[in-house]
Design a protein around this ligand. Structure first.
Ligand code: ARG
Length: 459
């Protein structure tokens, strides 16, 4: 057991207490951020004349040595240290002696861990943003390939009106684009440096917090030392953004699972992204989509856990906050894994255009257009709705679609119908005539493609 705070104690910590309290098992994940933070701190201390330049250089080369030895596997992070901060400091003192004992001047583990966690979340946030962007690039490619791939649009999971695959996927493009915007917002808000807040009440050393913040590429220092050491809002916001990303991927997964069923056959998931059954030889299961859907609960769990942990914490630092790490790390790993696999699954998936189009042709998805046709001939919409409703009933009885009715049959129900009804309700026209902003018609979608491409170039 290597502890930083033995001086005041007359007894060894109970072994179980030590293990219960220690965080090295998980906070070793941010050794890079911890060392980077220490380097900035030491540079600032020397600039302020609190350390000599010689001490600064000794400490910096000691820290660089620790970093490269950990990276290369020469130096193992072991459980004999309480946390990553103790590990680094103890190793530094081993390597450079007395100068190493000055590293922690004007610093507490409270502002140190607040910094490490912020740096870690900031790094991971950018990586996740990049993964969401790759997903958007793939979506845009599939959309552009499917401008004229007709399929039914659903409400209540009942066929509603024909749309295109490009339009359907375009809805997910918007969701994932908002996810990135959310990440960027969080980045802006969290990008302030807590280091220099000390244990809770700042410090008497003349620290230059602006300088430390600048070295670590923050927009500036945080403004209240109590808040700085006890704020985990950014963790909550980040987990909320990750939960929303998972919710979007989960909805998409649910659709893929439905589309992949024998009943729909709208898509075929690539063999490399499917699994088989140990007993049923015919099976090809959409396990990846199911796992993404399933793991969503796990990320929500992290969000609820941290919200619950934080709700009872009086100012300022309390050890409860150590619980922020494992769940955040797990959520990050989960989301990164899901994003990468999900992108791989949809980029290799086969869209069965014919099945989609045939499905759109059935189920009276053009009934609204038949009513709109009558409106175009002067029939009030409510009356048109009733007329087409009667036509649908008639077709259902005969087991045919609106396209199969003869003109006489149309005219028997309303004399307003003429020969141009067939063109008006053709699936192609139903879709392509919808060109209001955000609609599935090719002209409207082309405008969206242009916006999307510009967005991907600029962001
Ligand atoms: N392992 C601690 C955490 O994760 C580091 C901060 C410890 N500070 C303290 N005063 N015990 O929160």
């Amino acid at each position: 057991m290597a502890q930083l705070w033995g001086g005041r104690f007359t007894k060894e910590t109970d072994q179980l207490v030590y293990q219960f309290n220690a965080s090295i098992g998980f906070d070793q994940k941010f050794y890079r951020q911890d060392i980077k933070g220490s380097m900035a701190h030491v540079r600032m201390l020397a600039k302020q004349g609190i350390l000599t330049e010689e001490e600064r250089d000794q400490i910096l080369s000691g820290l660089e040595g620790i970093l490269s030895d950990v990276e290369s596997g020469v130096l193992a992070i072991t459980s004999e240290y309480e946390d990553i901060h103790s590990f680094v400091e103890a190793n530094l003192i081993d390597r450079i002696g007395d100068a190493g004992k000055k590293l922690h001047t004007g610093r507490s583990r409270n502002d140190q861990v607040a910094l490490d966690m912020r740096l870690y979340v900031r790094d991971e946030l950018m990586e996740i943003d990049e993964l969401v962007k790759e997903l958007l690039i793939t979506l845009e490619r599939i959309m552009e390939e499917n401008l004229h791939t007709y399929m039914p649009g659903f409400t209540h999971l009942q066929k509603a009106q024909p749309i295109t695959l490009a339009h359907h996927l375009g809805a997910y493009f918007e969701m994932f684009k908002r996810d990135r915007q959310r990440l960027h917002d969080i980045y802006e808000r969290m990008n302030y440096c807590p280091l220099g807040s000390g244990a809770l009440a700042g410090t008497t050393y003349p620290l230059d917090r602006e300088y430390t913040a600048e070295l670590l590429e923050f927009a500036g220092p945080t403004q209240n030392s109590m808040d700085s050491v006890s704020d985990r809002d950014y963790v909550i916001e980040f987990l909320s953004a990750l939960s929303t990303i998972m919710m979007h991927m989960s909805r998409f997964s649910e659709e893929i699972i439905i589309w992949n069923t024998n009943e729909y056959q709208f898509v075929e998931i690539d063999d490399a992204y499917s699994t088989g059954s140990s007993i049923m030889p015919q099976k090809k299961n959409p396990d990846i989509a199911e796992l993404v859907r399933g793991k969503t609960g796990r990320v929500y769990g992290a969000l609820v856990a941290i919200l619950t942990t934080m709700k009872g914490i009086p100012l300022a630092y309390n050890k409860d906050m150590q619980e922020d790490k494992e769940l955040t790390f797990d959520a990050i790993d989960t989301v990164k894994g899901c994003l990468a696999l999900f992108e791989g699954m949809i980029s290799t998936m086969r869209f069965r255009k014919e099945r989609m189009e045939n499905s759109a042709k059935n189920g009276f998805t053009n009934a609204t257009d038949a009513a709109d046709y009558l409106v175009g001939k002067g029939v009030p919409f409510r009356d048109a709705h009733g007329i087409v409703g009667r036509l649908v009933l008639y077709c259902l009885d005969k087991g045919i679609s609106l396209d199969d009715l003869s003109l006489e049959e149309y005219q028997k129900i309303s004399p307003v119908f003429e020969g141009d009804i067939y063109d008006a309700i053709s699936m192609k026209n139903c879709v392509e005539r919808r060109n209001t902003i955000g609609a599935p018609g090719a002209a409207a979608m082309q405008a969206v493609f242009e916006k999307n491409r510009k967005y991907l170039e600029e962001n």
